[in-house]
Design a protein around this ligand. Structure first.
Ligand code: BDP
Length: 697
């Protein structure tokens, strides 16, 4: 099944010129290593080359003849070979690889190497990608290393196999059959992740269940770790802060209590005995009702450091989340994480890294970057992106997320002067952190195609590529993905890539244009619900976020409002604080403006907003056209699936437009401008819609 193979299709090269080149340049494989991982690398290379070149490639035991692909880690290279690439090793880190044409005894050879077998595996995948994307390999000389240490998926998977915010079926982890039954899917999962350089996975939900830390479950976790290790993937777990009470029989989980600290130390010892390369814990504490150190009058530093001490002897890390906001805090929700965490700068132990969502609210179609990036100069900060589309149409809407990721990574925090981009914060280069990382909340489930929407595979792929190199361009990534997943035909690539790159702006247009946010319906966050105002916590209500009234719309976070802008470096603050200089895409995030406010294009806010909603709908229609024209380049199954999904997206884009405009119109009191289609239903109708079944909430 094509869907299942993701971006590792290895279709036969149809471009005859490239096929000729590859056949001339690649005559055989010489594999030097003998570890399990070396065997995996060899098998992959054989599979890829045999399929793409359409003939069986010779696997040799010696360097006979020329143009062999020689694969092996540095320690496997003989001195003669090593001499030819010695210098290249200075250009890579522990996980980096070298792919190079060399001359050995006057014969041309291609070496794929690195400092260990996992790095070599990364090199093999990179080499295969070059062929998959029809790049010339003549005289290759590549030395490439990942820029971040922790490149990790966060699975919000529960032990009953439901997945919080998961839209691609149930959890991959079959706890009932583990540890003895190793589903082929675990191996395939590790393989595809290795192909994009992902090196960690948190198996369990941030809303954690302490049971995962009991011996019965740890035995199962160990079985998964044994599979993943061969592909360079470390296993991590979420730690429920109250576990010492729930499964340890203690009366408290106070981090300053010796018995509690010892309980975690013993637990860590027990885990590392089973899994010597266990990565560590991800913790959601004192957030949305989860237990944490504050239950005992302690703070986040106390909690994180206590756990850090437990895993430190084994080289483990604690990823402590900064996703906090409280109903008892009268502050603007967008300000709370910064207000709470920034003062802790420099207080965490060395093996703690603070995990921060890309924006200050919650994975919206668009958010300005989180003010904590760059603001903690003595604390490593890692990125948390959401690959699963909780607020962006689940796995039903086609939205290419690397565009969103890139926008955040490129944002300049100015925290250490101009050029202090978020990418430099998360790769650790800005403040020379020892730890760095990028996490993505996984969009993977047990659906046959892994991600529900065939194009959601691109979001997994793109996440991995950006975690490896946060400076990559979303367009380049889309190009790679399309070629590896579908076809190298330019007539296919060009329009479909354009559609992907536009798709993120499109969803913003039909859901939350001009800086609107969090106006999704209650609980599931799927359809529009700007009218919702009856939830117990004020900051859960859409009305809290858009603040529409007769005078205008938007959340005033400037000096005249909550002053959230002051949490940014002064250069950024200045820009956001003034509605004239604030990027229009963030206008209603930072400002409450009148319905007659003049936009840059001369339209009034009301007209401009209505036209944006319409534009979003039109753009989805365009996507449908683009896809229909792509039919002859795509297998029937995937073609039909995407076609049907785009049909739903078109219907739902109109639902968003009509529901939001009818609702806001009550306040603006204005007619819809020319060019905006008339709503087909009344506001009452849209309000009465109940979403019958929403997965994963
Ligand atoms: C929100 C989700 C919720 C998660 C929470 C989190 O709605 O399901 O538990 O974030 O990140 O986006 O902890």
């Amino acid at each position: 099944q094509k869907d299942y193979k993701l971006w590792l299709q290895y279709d036969q090269i149809s471009n005859s010129q490239m096929a000729q080149e590859y056949n001339a340049e690649i005559k055989g494989i010489v594999s030097l290593g003998s570890s399990e991982t070396s065997k995996i690398a060899l098998k992959e290379l054989e599979l890829g080359l045999n399929n793409m070149l359409g003939n069986k490639i010779a696997v040799k035991s010696k360097f006979e003849g020329s143009n062999n692909v020689i694969v092996g880690a540095k320690s496997n290279l003989n001195s003669e070979l090593l001499k030819t690439i010695q210098d290249d090793f200075n250009a890579i880190n522990e996980e980096g690889f070298i792919i190079k044409f060399i001359s050995l005894k006057n014969k041309k050879q291609i070496v794929i190497t690195g400092k260990n077998d996992i790095a070599v595996l990364y090199g093999v995948y990179h080499f295969l990608r070059l062929l998959q994307t029809n790049k010339s390999i003549k005289n290759l000389s590549i030395a490439d290393s990942p820029k971040t240490n922790i490149r990790i998926l966060n699975h919000w998977d529960n032990l009953d196999r439901t997945v919080e915010r998961g839209y691609a079926g149930f959890s991959l982890w079959n706890w009932q059959k583990l540890p003895d039954f190793i589903d082929q899917r675990y191996i395939d999962y590790a393989r595809v992740n290795a192909s994009i350089g992902i090196n960690g996975t948190v198996l369990t939900n941030v809303n954690a269940n302490a049971l995962i830390l009991t011996p019965q479950y740890l035995e199962k976790v160990e079985a998964l770790a044994n599979v993943f290790r061969l592909y360079g993937i470390k296993v991590y777990l979420t730690a429920r802060f109250s576990a010492p009470i729930e499964i340890g029989g203690l009366k408290t989980a106070d981090p300053k209590d010796i018995a509690v600290a010892n309980w975690w130390k013993d637990k860590a010892k027990e885990i590392y005995k089973r899994i010597p390369d266990f990565g560590g814990f991800l913790v959601k504490a004192n957030s949305e009702g989860q237990p944490g150190p504050q239950n005992y009058g302690r703070d986040h530093v106390d909690g994180a450091n206590m756990l850090a001490d437990a895993v430190a002897p084994f080289g483990g890390v604690i990823m402590w989340r900064a996703f906090v906001y409280s109903e008892h805090d009268a502050n603007d929700r967008a300000k709370q994480a910064y207000a709470e965490f920034q003062p802790y700068d420099g207080k965490f132990k060395d093996n703690v890294i603070v995990q921060v969502k890309n924006g200050a609210i919650d994975f919206q179609p668009r958010e300005p970057f989180h003010p904590l990036f760059g603001a903690m100069k003595k604390t490593p900060i890692m990125m948390e992106f959401q690959i699963t589309q909780e607020y962006l149409g689940f796995s039903t809407h086609l939205v290419y997320l690397p565009k969103l990721f890139q926008e955040v990574l490129e944002a300049d925090t100015y925290q250490a002067g101009k050029g202090s981009t978020v990418a430099k914060v998360v790769d650790g280069s800005l403040y020379k952190n020892k730890l760095s990382g990028i996490a993505g909340v996984a969009n993977i489930g047990n659906d046959l195609n892994w991600t529900g929407h065939p194009f959601a595979q691109a979001n997994w792929y793109g996440f991995g590529r950006l975690a490896w190199d946060p400076y990559l361009d979303a367009g380049v990534i889309a190009d790679e993905w399309l070629r590896s997943t579908f076809s190298n035909n330019e007539n296919f690539i060009k329009p479909v890539k354009k559609m992907m790159l536009q798709s993120r702006e499109t969803v913003v247009d039909y859901m939350t244009p001009l800086g609107l946010h969090h106006i999704m319906d209650t609980g599931h966050h799927y359809g529009p619900g700007p009218w919702v105002s009856n939830l117990s916590r004020p900051e859960w209500n859409p009305t809290y976020y858009h603040k529409a009234d007769k005078n205008g719309i938007g959340f005033d976070r400037s000096k005249t409002g909550t002053n959230a802008t002051a949490q940014y470096a002064s250069q950024v603050e200045k820009i956001f604080d003034n509605s004239e200089t604030c990027p229009e895409q963030d206008l209603l995030w930072f400002h409450h403006v009148s319905w007659d406010y003049k936009l840059k294009n001369g339209q009034t806010l009301w007209n401009g907003m209505a036209l944006k909603y319409q534009e979003g709908v039109n753009e989805v229609h365009e996507m449908q056209n683009t896809w229909n024209n792509a039919e002859k380049y795509v297998d029937e199954e995937r073609f039909k699936e995407v076609q049907m999904l785009l049909g739903i997206q078109y219907k739902e884009a109109k639902w968003w437009r009509d529901a939001c405009l009818l609702y806001f119109q009550q306040y603006s009191g204005k007619e819809l401008p020319a060019g905006v289609e008339k709503p087909t239903q009344t506001l009452e109708y849209f309000k009465s819609l109940k979403f019958p079944f929403a997965p994963g909430n």
